[in-house]
Design a protein around this ligand. Structure first.
Ligand SMILES: [Zn+2]
Ligand SMILES: [Zn+2]
Length: 168
């Protein structure tokens, strides 16, 4: 979806509202497609004192599996995209500044603009709940559903490493 930013750069408008949904259902991350529901993006692109910038919120519904118990887990969160938009960069150095988007023809492709921020906002760790007990390392039972009765010795990996050192 293209948004014409000319009114902002020309000074004839100081705010353009944005409200659209982005279908990322085919997007793959860690071997799955975690964005089944469209990402709802809304907010505005504003011009203040000659600076054009985005003030956008992306509502993301991320579906993944819990790192500990592998249960399907949904995480809802909002990612914000606040970036300065310019027609051209004043010097080469600012090219390294990711917060600046360059839109030479003043036509902002909203999908391209939002995509990197949405990808960077994806969680790399996911727990079904803060105190998830995970799976039993012996029988594989989900310990959130109750104890399995297996005798599992809790071994502190640091002590195990120390014991190994002492044995050698
Ligand atoms: Zn879990
Ligand atoms: Zn068990």
């Amino acid at each position: 979806m293209l948004l014409d930013l000319k009114p902002l750069f020309a000074g004839s408008s100081d705010s353009l509202s944005v409200d659209f949904e982005m279908d990322l259902s085919e997007f793959e991350f860690l071997g799955v497609k975690p964005l089944r529901a469209p990402v709802a993006i809304n907010g505005k692109i504003v011009s203040r004192a000659g600076i054009v910038e985005s003030q956008l919120s992306c509502k993301v519904e991320y579906v993944g599996v819990c790192d500990r118990c592998l249960k399907e887990t949904v995480k809802n969160y909002t990612a914000h995209i606040n970036r300065v938009i310019v027609v051209s960069l004043e010097n080469e150095d600012s090219e390294e500044n990711d917060d600046i988007a360059v839109v030479p023809n003043m036509q902002l492709d909203l999908e391209d603009f939002c995509y990197p921020d949405i990808v960077m906002s994806l969680p790399t760790k996911l727990l079904c709940k803060g105190n998830c007990r995970g799976l039993c390392s012996v029988c594989g039972k989900n310990l959130n559903e109750g104890d399995c009765g297996c005798q599992v010795k809790e071994v502190d990996p640091r002590l195990a490493a120390l014991a190994e050192l002492l044995n050698n």
